[in-house]
Design a binder for this molecule. Structure first.
Ligand code: 13P
Length: 249
């Protein structure tokens, strides 16, 4: 049985004061839940948030990392630093990095490997644009993005990783994929994994992300191949995030 994971990607939102109040609201409302919960604050606040959730069942992750372990890379943050700050997870290949910062499939694969080398669990984000979906290229794009990492890291590396299917057209648009569209993409990814390793495929968690709200979470999470969600906007309001966590329980 795969344990559901509900993760909040805060993107570039927050401040010392706002983080404290958001985490307080989350912890106050968090009851015993079978789902795993994680938050991804901006890197500058990782240590603060790790401190705030200490002793509570909330994992902390970063939103990006350098493909390099250390060196003269001004402005970049290494996986080892993220780990040193007390975080356990890191997003790689978020569409806002792929499309906003021109990250290639090859760079995402390097970052995936750098995350694991640093002892972090990578959450590999994949997803097609609207033009690609309209051109019936969804599976081709997901296959290409996934294969780049499988070929570089090896199939066994997926035993300690999480996938997040995030159709670009559903991110921050209020237009969520239907539960059926999500299930179809997740099933495709799991089958792709199974063609390498059936055991890993059956335990691999695949999250859905893109305009998940309290009102649509339950229907999406009910699909057999959807193992939780990667939540943007709704994770910035503790009541909304708690309702989504409850939908995964
Ligand atoms: P929204 O939930 O705001 O659409 O963002 C999804 C996302 O990009 C999570 O990584």
């Amino acid at each position: 049985m795969r344990r559901k994971l509900v993760a909040g990607n805060w993107k570039m939102f927050g401040s010392v004061a706002r983080n404290a109040s958001l985490v307080r609201g989350l912890l106050d409302g968090l009851t015993d839940t079978p789902a795993e919960v994680a938050v991804f604050p901006p890197a500058l606040y990782l240590q603060q948030v790790v401190g705030l959730v200490a002793g509570r069942p909330v994992l902390v992750g970063a939103q990006d990392l350098s493909p390099f372990a250390e060196g003269a890379y001004t402005g970049d943050i290494a996986g080892g630093m993220i780990k040193d700050a007390g975080a356990r997870l890191v997003l790689v290949g978020h569409s806002e990095r792929r499309h906003g910062h021109g990250e290639s499939d090859a760079l995402v694969a390097e970052k995936f490997c750098a995350a694991q080398a640093a002892g972090l669990t990578p959450v590999l984000c994949l997803g097609e644009t609207l033009a690609e979906r309209d051109a019936d290229q969804t599976e081709q794009v997901l296959g290409r993005q996934f294969d780049a990492v499988l070929n570089r890291a090896g199939a066994a590396a997926m035993a300690d990783a999480v996938l997040a299917y995030e159709p670009v057209w559903a991110i921050g648009t209020g237009r969520t994929a239907s539960p059926e569209q999500a299930e179809e993409a997740h099933l495709f990814l799991r089958s792709r994994m199974a063609s390498h390793d059936a055991m890993i495929a059956s335990s691999l968690r695949i999250l859905y992300g893109g305009s998940v709200k309290a009102s649509n979470a339950e229907a999406i999470f009910a699909k057999p191949n959807v193992d939780g969600g990667l939540i943007g906007g709704a994770s910035l309001v503790s009541g909304d995030f708690l309702a989504i966590i409850a939908a995964a329980s």
